[in-house]
Each structure stands twice: as C-alpha cells, then as structure tokens.
Design a protein around this ligand. Structure first.
Ligand code: GCB
Length: 602
C-alpha cells in the first residue's frame, strides 16, 4: 500500500489529536448503532496512543472487545471531485469504520495500514462524523492467535501465548486523504549496483506514465523514462549504504494527453542484498548485524507512535553502535521504517506471527497440553490470516532499502511435522510477493537443527537462544559449552548465514552482586560476554541482536515483574551496565564497521 503524501495532485490532512471515546463494555455498540449519534459520555482519547494506560480505571484497561472512537471531520472545500479516503496507520487488532451512519470499511490485522473510501458519503466543505470501533480480541483465526474466556462472574479474559502486552487502539496516525479518481495505485522499484532502476507501476489503462528519478539529497533529476514498466540508469549512483542511507524518489506522472492526472513520489534506494554461502551481502559486501530485537513500547503511550520517542530510540541505537534492528514481533510504524531508510539502519522486517507454539507461553515453556497445528489451535483460518499479513507487509515495505530480510514468524512450533505443511505455502508466497529479498523465520530453542522440520525452506537461519538464562541459569560455563555445541550443529548441517536474533537475561536496574547471580546487572554483562565469545568463534554467525533494546510491558505472570526486564535500557531509556558493555564491543568490532553510524556525520 502506498504511503499518503502531498504532491501537486494529492493532499493529506492529519486527523490526530483528541477524539471522543466510549468503552463498549457489553460489546453491543454495533447493534445499538453507537456510530449513528454522538458517543455517550465525556471521555476523550489521544490518537495516536494505546488506550490501556490512559485511564485510571481497571475496567477500561482490561476491557476485551470494542472501543469506540469518534470525531468530526471537515472536508476541505477544494476537494470536490477528488477521491477521498481515511487512512489508518494501524488499528489493533480489528476495526469497523463509519462515515455518518454508513459503514465504509473493515480491517483485521493490528499492525498494518488500511484505507477506507468515503468519497460517496462526504461533501467538500462540509463536516462528517467519523466513528471507528476498534476490537482488541484475538482468536485462533488471528495473527497473532489468542482466545477469550469468561469467568463465572461474567468477566471476559483475553489469553495469548506471546510475551508482550496486548495494547490496543489507534496506534498510528489517522489521515484524511484526497487523490485523483484516476491515480497511481501501486509501484514496485528494484535496483542494481550499476544504477539500473526498474519500475512497475499499476495505473488505469489509457494514461501515459512518465518517470523521473530524483536524488533526494540534491533535488536533481538523474534519470528519466517512459511507460508503466521500464528501466533507466543513474550514472554514478549513490548506493544506499548501511549506516549512511542514500535515497532517491521515483517521480511518477500520469497524463491524459497533455493533462497531468496524478503525480506520486516513491522513495527508494539503490542497493542489492543476497545470500552467498554463509554470508549476507549488502551491495556485495558482507554485513554483520549488531543491534536488537525491539518493541514499540513506552510508558503511557503503550504502542502509540511518537516522533520524539522514536528519535530518542534511534539516537541510543547509534550511541550503542547498533546498525540494525528486528521489528519483533510485528510490523512497526511507517515513520520508524522511513527513519531506517533515511539513516541507513538495516531491518529484519517481521510479520505479527508470534505465539504459534503451544509448547510456550509468554516467552517461557508452558504447554497447555494442546497441539499447535490442529483444528482447535493453529488451523487453516490462522494460515489464511498469516498469508494476508505476509502479503500486506510486503506490499507496504517492498520498496524500502532498509529491509534486507523478511521474517515470516517468531518462534513457531517447528518440531511438529505439520509445521512443514503449514509453512511451505507461506514461504512460497513470500518469495512470490518479493523475489529480491532473503526469507527467514526465527527459530525457538526447543527446535535445534536435528529437530526443526522447516529450516531448510529458508535462506537464513535466525536463532533465539537463552543458554545461561532459561537453561543453565547462573551456570555460564555449562551454557557456553552447550551453546557452542549446538551452533556447530547448525553450521555443519546448513552452511547458511546464522543470525542470533535473541539472547538475553532479565535484569533489575540497580541490582548488583559479586556472584554469578541472575537478575543482577553484573550477571547480564557476564551473560553477554559469554554469548559474545560463542558468536566470535563461528564465521557463519553474521549477526547478534540482543533481547531486548529496552524493558517492556507484558501480560501478568509469575515470571514477569512489571514486564520483561531483559532491556539493555530500562523502559524509560536509562542504560544498564549491559548498554556500556555492548557499546564497547560493537563500536570496537572491525567486522561490524560496515553499517556503523558515524556520530560525527551528523
Ligand atoms: C522469546 C520471545 C520473546 C520473549 C523472550 C523472553 O524467545 O521471542 O518474545 O520476550 O523470549 O524474554 O522470554
């Protein structure tokens, strides 16, 4: 899906700010037609933000079901004759949208954008009532999956197997968009190192397509072409480079004879990515990942996007010597992705397929006795939603140079032979949607190389390993030996690049010990040092992304004290001792020099 931007033929108005708000405690607001009038009560809510931590009311925080948002929107008077849309950066997890009394669209999938066409229900210059019912319920047809139960006294409870709090709401910007009725619908841009840029534009028949390639840095046009499909060559292209960036715009102009019908600018970078033996090459140079699995997670905001928090996180990433991140465990906001493109941060882009493993709950072993791939749990409907998530993620991010790997799932059950039947078509789909990038999934510790039944389907091996934390806790010597032995097995069996996408230890900031005592800052540093030694002993290990960048909120559970505490930073972004350990290591690593951001460059 294209981003909404202002161009000579398109306009975007932000609808962010305070909206009216009502919690639909009985989940009958759709039948009661709450959208047909001003919402009851006086509550207001911030957009973008999660709703959960905003109200001093546990019945709001824990509500399972619909939350109604509403505001009045004036359509600019100059928009007569245009196609008018409302575009949501995301609505977690499902949304129904009404313009006045009319339902104009529905969407499922909590972390990707969607738009609804309101052209026939609004009038230029006049106001309309925009209502959105956001539903936070997860069931077995959803990605991520979950289930809802009812307590004997009638309270609904949401259950899920993944290890982050089920924040809900309009987490990203909402925009009112005008575009010409005949317009650029989609574009795919691919590049080669010699500066060849190839485009494939989807637009209505009968219009001519002209292309200009514009250097974003200088504003100069550096190549031109004609036709919906074609290619042109930039002389001496600036390659999109890890740690630096380097972006161009593909300016697309649609004309009907001489008249300009639509203009759209698609940002892209000139770069290649490919796997060669056990290396991952960006622009034909081996790349070593340093960085983190992250979360969109902040106090008060929950998963709501904030530019200020985003800048702070990226500055800390630069300070610590991180050149990459994984969007664990769902697609991140378009602003975050834009920032990665602009500043050369390398991204492993992940779908929300997390918690597809009935051996685990909240990051730890906790089987409820069920089988993962079965009619009651992960089934055909789950797989269909998973396919939709892959399609929509690639449609949104396919032109982003920062994205170098698609991660189609985190820690699914990959021991059950049924995993192959489930994953084979999904891998194929990802390759069909994007033949240019490696495809991977993140493997769980209980599925080592001799038990995992799907790793051969993928281009890279991505491992989450917790030797010395969930296993051999407090015994780093045994942990080191066992981790080394397991990695040797992966190297011998597959000969593919290995990225350690998670390793970490919960750590309470300020807790210290002279002993190897889990939960102390000292132990976290020793744990990281042990992991570093293991990584450094394998050529095939081409990256380390520590779990997690910062402490984050999770569901309640005996293994979590106010959330997951594996951060290198606390939830309010203060460094633990681990942050300085990682900084020394990553800034000093020759193998990670390609991609390191030069703080002096700013
Ligand atoms: C994992 C999961 C992650 C958890 C983490 C943990 O393997 O991928 O979502 O938060 O472990 O801390 O247990």
């Amino acid at each position: 899906m294209l981003t909404a931007i202002d161009t000579p033929t398109r306009e975007v108005r932000s609808l962010d700010g305070l909206w009216r708000f009502a919690v639909d405690h009985d989940n009958d607001g759709v039948e009661r037609r709450l959208f047909a009038d001003t919402l009851p009560g006086t509550r207001e809510v911030a957009v973008p933000a999660s709703v959960n931590d905003l109200f001093a009311d546990e019945n709001v925080r824990n509500h399972v079901g619909y939350w109604f948002y509403q505001r009045t929107v004036r359509v600019p008077r100059g928009w007569d004759g245009e196609q008018i849309l409302v575009r949501f950066g995301s609505a977690t997890h499902h949304a129904i949208v009404w313009a006045g009394d009319v339902e104009v669209g529905r969407h499922s999938g909590g972390y990707l954008p969607f738009e609804v066409d309101v052209t026939d229900h609004v009038t230029a210059g006049e106001e309309f009532r925009l209502t959105v019912a956001v539903d936070n319920r997860l069931d077995k047809t959803c990605i991520p999956p979950g289930w809802v139960t009812q307590t004997p006294d009638g309270r609904r409870q949401q259950h899920y197997l993944h290890d982050f709090y089920n924040y809900t709401g309009l987490h990203r910007s909402v925009e009112l968009v005008a575009r010409p009725r005949r317009h650029v619908e989609d574009v795919t841009v691919t590049t080669e190192l010699d500066g060849t840029v190839t485009w494939d534009v989807t637009a209505p028949e009968g219009l001519t397509v002209s292309i200009a390639v514009v250097d974003k840095q200088t504003g100069e046009t550096v190549a031109r072409g004609e036709g919906a499909r074609g290619s042109a060559t930039i002389d001496n292209p600036t390659l999109w480079t890890p740690g630096v960036g380097g972006m161009y715009d593909l300016e697309i102009t649609l004309r009907d004879d001489a008249a300009v019908v639509d203009v759209y600018l698609q940002p892209f970078g000139v770069r290649t990515v490919r796997v060669d033996g056990h290396r991952l090459l960006i622009n034909d140079k081996p790349f070593y990942f340093t960085g983190f699995g992250m979360h969109e997670d902040h106090e008060t905001l929950g998963k709501g996007h904030s530019d200020a928090h985003m800048i702070q996180d990226f500055e800390l990433l630069s300070w610590i010597g991180a050149n990459s991140l994984r969007t664990s465990h769902y697609p991140y906001s378009e602003q975050i992705m834009d920032y990665c493109d602009a500043h050369g941060i390398v991204v492993i882009d992940e779908t929300p397929a997390v918690g597809l493993n009935w051996m685990m709950s909240g990051g730890i072993l906790d089987s409820d006795g069920g089988t993962t791939y079965s009619a009651e749990n992960v089934n055909d409907k789950t797989q269909a939603s998973h396919a939709r998530e892959i399609r929509e993620l690639i449609a949104r991010d396919k032109n982003r140079p920062s994205v170098v790997i698609w991660s189609i799932a985190n820690e699914p059950d990959s021991v059950d032979p049924e995993a192959r039947t489930y994953f084979e078509p999904l891998v194929e789909l990802a390759r069909e949607c994007d033949p240019t990038r490696p495809v991977g999934f993140v493997n769980v510790m209980m599925a080592p190389h001799d038990k995992c039944v799907i790793s051969d389907l993928f281009d890279v091996i991505m491992l989450n390993r917790y030797y010395g934390w969930y296993f051999q806790s407090g015994d780093l010597a045994s942990a080191e030996a066992l981790f080394t032995e397991e990695l040797q097995g992966w190297v011998d069996r597959y000969g593919k690049p290995i990225i350690i996408t998670e390793y970490g230890a919960d750590t309470v900031a300020g807790l210290h010990s002279i002993y190897h005592q889990p939960f102390t800052e000292d132990y976290q540093v020793e744990y990281l040092a042990m992991n570093s030694r293991v990584f450094d002993s394998f050529d095939a290990v081409i990256g380390e992304q520590m779990w997690n960048f910062a402490d984050f909120q999770t569901k309640y559970g005996f293994a979590r004290v106010d959330g997951n505490k594996k951060g290198a930073f606390t939830r309010d972004r203060r460094p633990k001792a681990a942050a300085r350990y990682l900084r020394d290591r990553w800034l000093g690593m020759d193998s990670a020099a390609y991609g390191r951001r030069d703080p002096l460059a700013d």
